[in-house]
Ligand binder design. Structure first.
Ligand code: OGA
Ligand code: MN
Length: 294
């Protein structure tokens, strides 16, 4: 089957047909997906009715897997294999999470613009999200193009931010929502990591803004000044012209490059309807900045 890609917006997103993610890919198919990702940063592959095993095999074509499971949950409490980020509103018995469930509080962080695992020294590269059960009202996933956002900055701002280093932690993103009652071992696990604010994408050669809700500071800057500036950049980078909003159809497989995009989920009625999306992830190339000695 011929592989075809149709752009979804002028900057970001492509709809790719002609690949069957259930089957082993040929080297040519892997090259086509890689090229599509370098160009569009987000690819939507419709009608991919895959199993968890097939999703893991498909993901391995594009790089080493990064475990997605919430590190603070016991294995016995996980609904899915720890390779997966469980992006659903149900527990392992299929029950919808209660309004005040800690897991629900944590997943509300996905409503803020972010780049996956930016709180890790080696952050995420591809995120591959499979729509197993989708909702009809709300629940779109929005993607913002951090390359186009970088390009649109004025020369003075580009020069100012070129070598800035940001501190990322899940503590900072959750704090923004007033979620502050971390368990002591969670706090230790969430020690801030450092990343460059500007990075160059190895596939496309384009520079991009490495922004994320997990940012809580800029090295060498007073915290309030850093946070105010990061807010300005976030506002700039998520303007409508840089955004693709994905309305889910069951069995969509959506791949995004966390090195070139931010994303967020929009509100939906998670207390009354089930949304079951499952994410596999590959690791990024390496640390983007030297870390502070422990
Ligand atoms: C994710 C994520 C958003 C969504 O899978 O990393 O942020 O639409 N998902 O659920
Ligand atoms: Mn995410």
């Amino acid at each position: 089957m011929a592989i075809e890609v149709t752009p979804l917006t002028p900057h970001i997103g492509g709809r790719m047909t002609g690949i069957d993610a259930r089957k082993p890919l040929t080297p040519e198919e892997v090259v086509a997906v890689d090229a599509g990702m370098d160009r569009h940063a987000v690819l939507v592959l419709p009608s991919q009715d895959i199993t968890d095993e097939q999703q893991i095999e498909f993901t391995k074509n594009f790089g080493p897997l990064q475990n997605g499971a919430n590190a603070t949950l016991r294995r016995a409490d996980l609904r899915l294999d720890p390779a997966f980020a469980d992006v659903s509103n149900i527990d392992k018995d299929g029950e919808k999470l209660a309004r005040d469930d800690r897991r629900r509080m944590a997943s509300l962080g996905n409503r803020l613009w972010h780049s996956d695992a930016s709180f890790r020294v080696i952050p995420a590269r591809h995120s591959i999200l499979s729509g197993r059960i989708v909702v009809t009202e709300g629940g779109n996933t929005e993607f913002a193009d951090m390359r186009a956002a970088y390009d649109a900055l004025d020369a003075r701002t580009k020069a100012e931010i070129e070598d800035l280093i940001c501190e990322h932690s899940q503590i900072f993103s959750r704090e923004q929502l007033g979620f502050t009652n971390f368990l002591p071992d969670e706090r230790a696990m969430m020690k801030p990591v450092r990343h460059r604010l500007v990075r160059t994408h190895p596939g496309s050669g384009r520079k991009s803004l490495f922004l994320s809700a997990h940012i809580g500071g800029i090295v060498g800057w007073p915290t309030p000044e850093a946070r105010a500036f990061i807010r300005d950049l976030m506002e700039h980078a998520t303007q409508e012209q840089f955004v693709y909003s994905h309305k889910w159809t069951q069995h969509d497989l959506v791949i995004w490059d966390n090195r070139a995009t931010m994303h967020r989920v929009r509100r939906y009625d998670d207390l009354n309807t089930v949304r079951d999306l499952r994410r596999t992830t590959t690791k990024s190339d390496g640390p983007t900045a030297a870390q502070v000695a422990a």
